[in-house]
Design a protein around this ligand. Structure first.
Ligand SMILES: [Zn+2]
Length: 79
C-alpha cells in the first residue's frame, strides 16, 4: 500500500499535539491534521516539550520566590 494522503486538512505548522494511538498497527495519527506521525519523532517532540515546560516551571518558581521574598521582607523599606 502506498502512502495515504488526506486531502482538505492543514498539515503545515501542526505540532501534532492531539493524537490517537493505534495500538495494533503501532501508528500515531494526529487528530488535528490527520497526519500519520512517525512514532519515534512524536516521542522526541513530547520529550522536548516536557524539557521546555520543566525549564519554564523552574523559571516561574524562581520568579515567584523572588517576588515572595520582596513582598514579605521585613527589612524592606515601606513605600
Ligand atoms: Zn497534526
Amino acid at each position: 500500500m502506498g502512502q495515504l494522503i488526506k486531502l482538505g486538512v492543514r498539515t503545515k505548522n501542526c505540532r501534532h499535539k492531539n493524537v490517537e494511538l493505534d495500538l495494533d498497527l503501532r501508528h500515531v495519527i494526529c487528530q488535528t491534521c490527520g497526519a500519520n506521525v512517525d512514532p519515534f519523532e512524536w516521542i522526541v517532540s513530547v520529550a522536548i516539550e516536557e524539557d521546555i515546560l520543566e525549564a519554564r516551571i523552574s523559571r516561574l518558581k524562581q520568579e515567584l520566590d523572588g517576588l515572595t521574598k520582596r513582598k514579605y521582607n521585613p527589612n524592606k523599606p515601606k513605600q
